[in-house]
Design a protein around this ligand. Structure first.
Ligand code: SF4
Length: 371
């Protein structure tokens, strides 16, 4: 558990991001943590390089409304301050602290508080000895480094561990995690490090993280983008949604347009996307199609869809044809219907979850909960 968020053991893949603010700027950090949580981040990490950052943590932990992980390097004192502040997790490599007594002190404090530690190995900060041994930051070098860090924790009886082996090179990153998944059974935190700005960073992350998730490797993830971290959460949600691992947002199906298009599908889709991104709807699939040839089929298959015709569009909802809508009303009509269907879907899913929980309780021999 990272605070209230289960990680590993079949739990839903957790989405993480990291604040770009100075942590000692409490107000700015809380604003960003709230923005990340509102967008869908399950866990938020903050950098703690200085005592002033650690001193800000009690307030941030209390007010963030999302589990906070403290990112610590080298200083056991900062780690202790973070734990005393009530952080839900530490990102810390014990090998960086070096002093065995100091490591033991941090680990005991984390264990007493039920706080997990993420061991995070990055290709860019590998030990010189390993770089020399393997001739560079190879997957074998990253995994050996991670296993070395884990052993330090295991030797003092600590196993509430998750691990990352991030690389900026996507094939190397994929191989590193594959090797690590074979070498141990801890939850893995996926990420392509220094992936860069969108769209390059988005693509690298989607390919690297997506490949591993499709193989069943990975329990939590961070998309690292040189951008507002809210973008990281949006991309993470799309990766999970695309793979069918978590439905948390909209799925916009749209045709690429062609010479048959009866109107400007690209502009129509842009308007729908822009409005959808601001709406924070429950999960729903929406189709925007450009003509009456392939359009109706796709529009009918989606939760809600529109197939454009000359000067008007044919609106579909849950496979039923609702009728023609004039071109200037298409976006409004489509999104009004989307709100209705998404809300109903969420209510049906909520009811299904309640029934499943009751059934599980009956099977377990306990009393089902009301409500
Ligand atoms: S749906 Fe129609 S307009 Fe869009 S790409 Fe297909 S054929 Fe072309």
């Amino acid at each position: 558990m990272v605070g209230s968020v289960p990680v590993g053991g079949g739990a839903p893949i957790a989405i993480q991001s990291m604040c770009t603010t100075k942590t000692d700027d409490i107000q700015a950090t809380l604003i960003q943590a709230h923005a990340l949580a509102t967008q869908g981040a399950d866990i938020v990490r903050v950098a703690v390089p200085h005592p002033g950052d650690a001193a800000a943590l009690p307030m941030i932990v209390q007010e963030a409304g999302v589990p906070i992980v403290a990112d610590i390097h080298f200083s056991f004192r900062l780690a202790i301050m973070a734990l005393e502040a009530g952080v839900a997790g530490l990102r810390l490599n014990p090998g960086n602290i070096r002093d065995a007594d100091q490591i033991r002190t941090v680990v005991k404090e984390a264990a007493d508080r039920g706080v997990p530690i993420r061991v995070g190995v990055n290709a860019g900060s590998l030990d010189k000895r390993l770089l020399a041994k393997y001739g560079g930051a190879t997957p074998e070098a990253l995994v050996e480094s991670a296993l070395h860090e884990i052993k330090i924790l295991e030797d003092i009886g600590f196993t509430a561990i998750k691990i990352s082996v991030k690389h900026q090179n996507v094939p190397q990153m994929i191989d590193s995690y594959r090797l690590l998944a074979e070498a141990c059974d801890y939850p893995l935190h996926l990420g392509v490090t220094e992936a860069g700005p969108p769209p390059y960073g988005t693509l690298k992350s989607a390919i690297g993280i997506g490949t591993l998730l499709s193989e069943g490797i990975g329990d939590t993830l961070r998309v690292s983008l040189t951008a507002d971290p809210v973008e990281e959460v949006k991309v993470a949600k799309q990766i999970l949604q695309t793979l069918g691992l978590r439905r948390t947002t909209f799925d916009l199906v749209a045709c690429p347009s062609c010479g048959r298009a009866e109107m400007d599908v690209i502009e129509l889709t842009r308007q729908v996307q822009e409005r959808l991104e601001k709406m924070n709807l429950p999960p729903i699939q929406i189709a925007v199609m450009g003509c009456e040839v392939n359009g109706p089929g796709e529009a009918r298959d989606a939760d809600v869809g529109i197939a454009a015709g000359p000067g008007r569009g044919l609106l579909f909802s849950r496979g039923k044809q609702l009728g023609w809508v004039p071109a200037d009303k298409m976006v409004d009509a489509l999104l009004d219907e989307a709100v209705k269907v998404a809300t109903e879907n969420a209510a049906i899913e909520g009811e299904a979850a309640r029934i499943a929980a009751e059934a599980e309780a009956v099977v377990a021999g306990s009393e089902p909960k009301n409500g």
